[in-house]
Design a protein around this ligand. Structure first.
Ligand code: 5GP
Ligand code: ZN
Length: 111
């Protein structure tokens, strides 16, 4: 499988990792859209949220807890957490990821 984020998990692809535990990795987005723009991913390859299984519940929960921990670690009170599910929603990398963004005002509804 040729997955760039699996490459980041294995260390074959360089990234700036900011958080890691057994199931989850977070690293800086290559093309940041906010002063803080991190990507939180499950280490397990899940292509998108719609492809997750009931058995992934613990991993998915850990992804959300990673967002909580990152906010604490970087002393961030306001942040946006986004996942793009499918090409039409803007997904360009087929490995589940949540954008953790902070440091500017965000429009709502999201563009
Ligand atoms: P998507 O468009 O799928 O929701 O988000 C993919 C994100 O991954 C984009 O924000 C893009 O900048 C980021 N990205 C793509 N390739 C790499 C990479 O090799 N390293 C890092 N750190 N981010 C990447
Ligand atoms: Zn992958």
């Amino acid at each position: 499988m040729n997955c760039i984020f699996c490459g980041i998990v294995s260390g074959e692809v360089k990234s700036q990792i900011v958080y890691e535990n057994d199931d989850v990795l977070a690293f800086k987005d290559l093309n940041p859209q906010a002063p803080t723009h991190l990507l939180i991913i499950p280490k397990k390859h899940i292509s998108r949220l719609a492809e997750s299984q009931d058995g992934d519940a613990e991993i998915l929960g850990k992804v959300l807890l990673a967002a909580r921990d990152l906010a604490k670690k970087f002393d961030i009170k306001d942040f946006r957490l986004v996942t793009n599910n499918g090409k039409g929603a803007g997904q360009t990398v087929d490995h589940l990821h949540f954008h953790f963004m902070a440091g500017r005002r965000f429009l709502w509804p999201a563009g």
